[in-house]
Design a protein around this ligand. Sequence first.
Ligand code: BGC
Length: 734
Amino acid sequence: MDKFVANLMSRMTLEEKIGQLNLPVMGEITTGEAQNSDVANKIRNGQVGGLFNLRGPEKVKEMQQIAVEESRMKIPLLFGLDVIHGYETVFPIPLALSCTWNMQAVERSAQIAAKEASADGICWAFSPMVDIARDPRWGRIAEGAGEDPYLGGQIAKAMVQGYQGVGDSAFTSNAQIMACVKHYALYGAAEAGRDYNTVDMSRIRMYNEYLYPYHAAVEAGVGSVMSSFNEIDGVPATANHWLMTDVLRDQWGFKGFVVTDYTAINEMVAHGIGDLQTVSARALKAGIDMDMVGEGFLTTLKKSLDEGKVTKADIDQACRLILEAKYKLGLFDNPYKFCDSERPKKDIYTPENRAVARKIASESFVLLKNDNNLLPLSKKGTIAVIGPLADARSNMVGTWSVASRPDVKSLVEGLKETAGDQVKINYAKGSNLTTDPVLEEHGAFGRLIGRDKRTEEELRNEALRVASQSDVVVAALGESAEFTGESSSRSDISIPDVQQRLLKELLKTGKPVVLVLFTGRPLTLTWENESVPAILNVWFGGSEAGLAIGDVLFGDVNPSGKLTTSFPRNVGQIPIYYNHKNTGRPLEKGQWFQKFRSNYLDVVNEPLYPFGYGLSYTSFTYSDIRLSVSDLTEKGELTAEVTVTNTGKRDGAEVVQLYIRDMVGSVTRPVKELKGFEKIFLKAGESKTVQFKITPEMLKFYNYDLQYVNEPGDFQVMIGGDSEQVKSATFALK
Ligand code: BGC
């Protein structure tokens, strides 16, 4: 590769090298202010390194042909797309996917996404998104794996392996594509949960809490990295040399290329650090290789070189890294590797892929409440399915599903198919999504679920009539798909007004009510938790969600999802996360308010539903923890084990979670940190012993000087089915 690329570059002009750094958009989807014109001519002139948003092997081939037949250097293009949670076969939104805690499933979903996308000409996915988020107001919490670094890191690795393949087998077939970990870095820590907002964070917090998942993706061999929109230490990530070079390349050894986020270079003008020429030069100097959409590199780098603001070596390095990516993907061997027009019908949206998506979706749902075993429903009698999201096909797949099909099943359709012929299903819309049509439109982004012209009362009366003729009510309420995702922050994260009023009226009928909650973020459900007997959070489950929800509601699948982000009781508790510090004035356990302690006057400190939480149709008990030794030596290891028993009447899966607390450190340490987990399946009545190996390596952290160290002392180990309900034991690191 080195020789090949060096040889190629020795024959390239400066303009052609700069051309490789340019990534225009082509196609229907634009999210910013992008304007790329005359793309075909630019390809011909060697001014384009890759294209994104183009789909279909023929269309891709046509552009590739221009590059390899009509441009002087004949260098193939990269074709990128936001393949985020599947392709035409859509998997649950990433936040939901993380709630499976099933790394094989996560990897498999990325593998299928890669297979389908590559069949459609794509060789580069803008995924995984691994931004830690502790603020559910931020709409992009839907796109990541929640609040925990360790789990986020495991998922990052599984996704990268799924897209690219593992080790030497990566990129060996035309069903493997290059991943792009994003948004580097700290994008999820935007102040007040407002998208694109300022981030300000200590280095020690970055290293211990936020950077780990990006680093895990790099260790898994991710081919590319996307810079984030936000600033870090007062310098936008896209111009931040410390971030892009010192950390990413020098400390972590990243060998791939860095692409900006959409117009992230141009946006640095608004950030206020210079004009387009200045910010483009700063981006290149910082370690950015490819300019997404903005054409700042294309239009200013030559001038900056002439003026000594960048060097030839800076441009060469970026160009080399992009050519290497093309080489690794095999595009120099065969530029049409991903242009087989026979593949789409063979590989995309196949029954096999959809069956996997259905199974994974059913594993991602989180049962939040289930009084008196109201769920599962029996496959007999009459069910009223009510709510603005009950029969909304376009709403099922969730945000960032650019390749999804219009014909996915709605919940009503899914339930009809899974219920069998002994069940009658009656539907009523019940209400619009919100009272406010403007809000509804803001949260639609091309997926309007349609407003009903009837009055609130008319819709409600119809719903109450339908409810009164049924044995049970399934209320399909929550957010529409684009209420989360990019540029969809909310300051009020409750179920929208008119839907809550509907729910209250449905409860008054005295019929048992199951809330099937659609959402892309944690919502404040304090009232719902007190009032509704059963709540199944189904997030946005993808193209097979309708069927998967039926599978769970009727008990063909026992729910096993566990939350990966805390659900606050109200917005005032935000940011709220399980792995917080203790403070000098912690509240005593089980207390609400104590004067001069760290707490609120009007709400308890704990979230409504904690990290790791999720119910099942069966129940599990945990034995006490057995430790193999009580002292861990520098080179040693210890085993912590528990026996978990399924004490209920149904088979089911449980996510056994290992947390550790470092009792004393040279810096303050979190009250607990996830350090391991295992998802086990237990038949009714069955017991299994789960063992976790604990090594000194797992106890390391970044100290005040940002050295990654072990500090001897006492540790508490906790094991349980969520972050609050745990058994505990202690050991010492000698
Ligand atoms: C988003 C990225 C996405 C890119 C390309 C940006 O607005 O932040 O996540 O990959 O657009 O569509």
